[in-house]
Ligand binder design. Structure first.
Ligand code: GLN
Length: 245
């Protein structure tokens, strides 16, 4: 009997509006690492006014300028929040990067403007008066199956994010600013929902994390077969070096 080929279904939210600093590259990285292992890959997009693919294994929201983010926040809250919550409840992976991360929290206060979030992560973001938090960053993360690992990337955000008691940080800042420049926390995680400020591009610089996401989204018991990651390891080492690690 033929064994059915596994398929990773990814749904990108606002792929044109929330798409700065290599968010497209993150999706390509997932695609390539699946295809190289014979795992089929399907990508759908959900823009303003569009519903989500309810069968997706992984939902992705990238980064955005405040202006684009404001457009998406209202739509996300009104049209996609319940679908996204249902997906998270069935264990689908939800990954938000930078602006997308902020929108997974309760809200983002931008001066007089209040952007609602979906409340999947217990956190709030406020646009501070201080400078933007910009630069290369490295964090130490501890994830089920992965143990203690390093993520390296680039951050550029005006918002300061503070975690509530229900959210655990994704990682501990080793170099860079992280969520608010003072807590020592970077990103957040609650079950299968994860958010981070690391752009630049997050997954091509951290191939191990791309694999961890694929394994988690597919609910695999065993790690994926290793690939020749010579170039990926150089990219990771370079990102760590840029952060001063
Ligand atoms: N607009 C948000 C901020 O500046 C997020 C920016 C981003 O996604 N790079 O805080």
């Amino acid at each position: 009997m033929a064994v059915e080929r596994p398929t990773l279904r990814v749904c990108a939210l606002y792929p044109t509006l929330m798409n700065i600093y290599a968010d497209r590259g993150n999706l390509l990285m997932l695609e390539r690492r699946c295809r190289w292992r014979g795992i089929a890959f399907e990508l759908s997009g959900a823009g303003i006014g569009e519903g989500l693919d309810e069968r997706a294994d992984l939902y992705y929201i990238g980064g955005g300028q405040d202006r684009d983010q404001a457009l998406c926040a209202q739509d996300l809250h009104t049209h996609k929040r319940e679908q996204l919550r249902t997906a998270a409840q069935r264990g689908a992976v939800v990954l938000g990067v930078c602006g997308g991360y902020q929108l997974l929290g309760h809200d983002y206060q931008l001066g007089d403007e209040h952007l609602p979030g979906v409340g999947l992560l217990d956190l709030r973001t406020v646009r501070g008066d201080g400078p933007r938090l910009i630069g290369n960053v490295a964090i130490e993360v501890e994830l089920p199956r992965a143990g203690t690992r390093i993520l390296a990337g680039f951050e550029n955000h005006g918002g300061r994010t503070r975690l509530g008691p229900e959210a655990q940080p994704l990682g501990r800042v080793l170099k860079g600013h992280g969520n608010d420049g003072e807590s020592g926390h970077e990103g957040a995680r609650s079950g299968s929902v994860l958010g981070t400020y690391l752009h630049g591009p997050l997954l091509p610089k951290n191939a191990w994390f791309a694999d961890w996401l694929i394994e988690s989204a597919l609910g695999l018991e065993l790690p994926l077969a290793p690939l020749d990651d010579t170039l990926e390891e150089l990219a990771h080492a370079d990102a760590r070096r840029a952060a001063g690690l």
